[in-house]
Design a protein around this ligand. Structure first.
Ligand SMILES: Nc1ncnc2c1ncn2[C@@H]1O[C@H](COP(=O)(O)OP(=O)(O)OP(=O)(O)O)[C@@H](O)[C@H]1O
Ligand SMILES: CC(C)(CO)[C@@H](O)C(=O)[O-]
Ligand code: BAL
Length: 282
């Protein structure tokens, strides 16, 4: 496994791999790797000859009062995990490499149709920061495939739309949510939770699962399901942000005509803001 820090070294590596006719799958991450990330890497290995993983905590997607400074950075451990999976290239740029003139007044990519709702409503600028850095990373790595987790469902939809609208030559692959035994979706920010909070945190998945069961059983009172979920989460100690039953394709509130749904949820618990979702086929 090779680790590079510059765009030039990444491009050199990619050029050589391409000259040998090798295909490339890319997994962008912010590091502090867990089994969720590793499942993406395993998927990438199935898709292409070369797997490239980026580790970069992108300041542009963090709000002024968010956890950019305290975001967990565990570069050495991350490298060991990727080495064990035989990843060929790790790209770990500095902020200066990605934003040499600073992130302010930088050209951005905004996926207007999907970025003002759900997480985008609570975190203004979040998805513009993501779409912008992912575009840069795609331009640097120029992969055939890029793998993203379904845990960040809105992010995955936004990347798909961006790639489609801007005709970027990369195929986006979604990977299922990796969960802890109690159902909690794995996330780097789970590290902010105490052992007790980690148990409580599973209520988010349980609440999603219960709503899913009700809908499958025929309940179509989405407003009431939304209200009940907020009450359940608040009782468990969460500060619920949203619990939205939406069409999987538009991310707009589900109508009775929609058959492919997803429930998107976010809630704060202690220091952590957790997100999760569950899909429903009617
Ligand atoms: N539990 C999971 N299952 C599947 N994919 C995941 C999981 N957690 C993260 N990913 C995916 O890994 C990629 C990198 O995500 P990121 O580095 O932000 O990790 P994270 O654990 O989601 O961090 P955070 O706690 O900051 O949200 C994204 O495509 C994300 O969807
Ligand atoms: C896609 C991503 C690596 C962009 O910084 C980040 O949003 C993430 O880790 O999901
Ligand atoms: N996994 C999404 C990145 C973020 O929350 O900043």
């Amino acid at each position: 496994m090779k680790t590079v820090y510059s765009i030039n070294d990444t491009r050199d590596y990619i050029r050589r791999a391409r000259a040998q006719g090798r295909s490339i799958a890319f997994v962008p991450t912010m590091g502090n790797l867990h089994d969720g990330h590793l499942s993406l890497v395993k998927k990438a290995k199935e898709l292409a000859d070369e797997v490239v993983v980026s580790i970069y905590v992108n300041q542009l997607q963090f709000g002024p009062n968010e956890d950019y400074d305290s975001y967990p950075r565990t570069f050495e451990e991350d490298q060991a995990l990727l080495e064990a999976l035989d990843v060929q290239l790790v790209f770990a740029p500095s902020s200066h490499e990605i934003y040499p003139e600073g992130a302010e007044h930088h050209t951005v990519v905004r996926v207007d149709a999907l970025d003002g709702m759900h997480c985008g409503k609570s975190r203004p600028g979040f998805f513009t920061g993501i779409a912008t850095v992912v575009t840069k990373l795609f331009n640097i790595v120029q992969p055939d495939y890029a793998v993203f987790g379904e845990k960040d469902f809105q992010q995955l939809c936004i990347i798909r739309k961006m790639v489609n609208d801007l005709m970027l030559p990369v195929e986006i692959i979604g990977a299922p949510i990796a969960r802890a035994e109690n159902g909690l979706a794995l996330s780097s920010r789970n590290g902010y939770l105490s052992a007790e909070e980690k148990q409580t945190a599973s209520t988010l998945y349980q609440t999603l699962s219960a709503a899913r069961e009700s809908i499958i059983a025929g309940d179509r009172n989405y407003d009431a399901l939304h209200r009940d979920a907020f009450v359940k989460l608040a009782r468990a100690g969460f500060k619920p942000d949203y619990f939205n039953i939406v069409s999987r394709h538009t991310l707009q509130p589900a109508t009775l005509a929609d058959k492919e749904l997803v429930i998107l949820a976010a809630a704060a618990l202690g220091r952590a803001r957790l997100i999760d979702n569950i899909q429903i086929d009617l």
